[in-house]
Design a protein around this ligand. Sequence first.
Ligand code: TXA
Ligand code: MG
Length: 345
Amino acid sequence: MLPEAGQIDRAVALLQAGELVAFPTETVYGLGADAANPVAVARIFAAKGRPADHPLIVHLPADGYLDRWASDIPQFAWELAEAFWPGPLTLILKRAAAVPSVVTGGQNSVGLRVPAHPLALDLLRAYARAGGGLGAMCGIAAPSANRFGRISPTEAAHVREELGDAVRLILDGGRCDIGIESTILDLTAGDALPPRLLRPGRVTPEQIATVIGFLPEVAGRQHADATPRVPGSLAAHYAPTTPLRLVSTTRLGGVLDALQHAGHRCAVLCHGPLPKDGAAPVLRRLPTDPHAYAQALYAALRELDQAAAELIVVEDPPATPAWAAVADRLRRAATGSGRNEDSDG
Ligand code: TXA
Ligand code: MG
């Protein structure tokens, strides 16, 4: 479902006034504000309950806006932008002087991407035509539109569930195609050193290598309580409130039997053949294709989280590169699960 043109005009007017607007991207829904307006950006942190040192991604209407936001842009960045934008790749670059430090969490770098969802592009272009906010910078800062540490929204209704009245307008673009957040690549080392992959996503290291000629380095995972360079890189993130455990395919049947015998009410998320009938009161089976699985993952976790289960048991994804981004999100969901908002890293 696409909103009528009037909704875009309303969204642009709200952004110009420093208010929050949620909008769909091809990955997940974002919670947007004028990225050049520190007061507007502060509203994002307040609505999400996000600590101030976690930087935001700035969304741009096209590659041509890169140099308003970044400085010392390496050749790699232009090549990657050309190859993957609009699309699910975020580039971390040295920030330009005009970038307010509230957006970057105080860092010298800034995260930038051009999203591919038609509604996000319409919004960004209309915003640019209308002046592009403070300083005509034309950037919309938008983290995923969920409470900090929780499951990212992939439908407009999820955004309302997460943020309630804190967001003035939610543009409804239906269900997100990709369903998990963008790949994040740190290019701050310039052209001399390999870029670092900070968060896996639909754009894979192999695809990046076809453009720049070599594979990015994979950044190590952080401890749950470490000061984040990337919030998405916290060991605990993307998490349901119900405890979540990953179980291998071979052990799944046995584990469910044992839990059932002990009287535990479980919800199950699997992708292989269904465990035998009655193994769990709530059961969701996702597709065996990793892209289709990723698209459905967060809605399924959200549903299972609301099933009044004591435990969500998730079948381990296959240990192959095609599943790397899904496996990453499930590991963090397991680590962050079962905590309340206040204790979440
Ligand atoms: O797919 C996505 O990337 C979605 C949609 C809405 O675009 N956005 C998203 O935003 O996932 P968020 O804030 O939930 O995650 C953005 C990630 C964070 O992990 C943040 O730390 C990282 O981008 N990031 C932004 N600026 C950064 C910087 N200067 N250095 C390192 N990481 C940065
Ligand atoms: Mg997020």
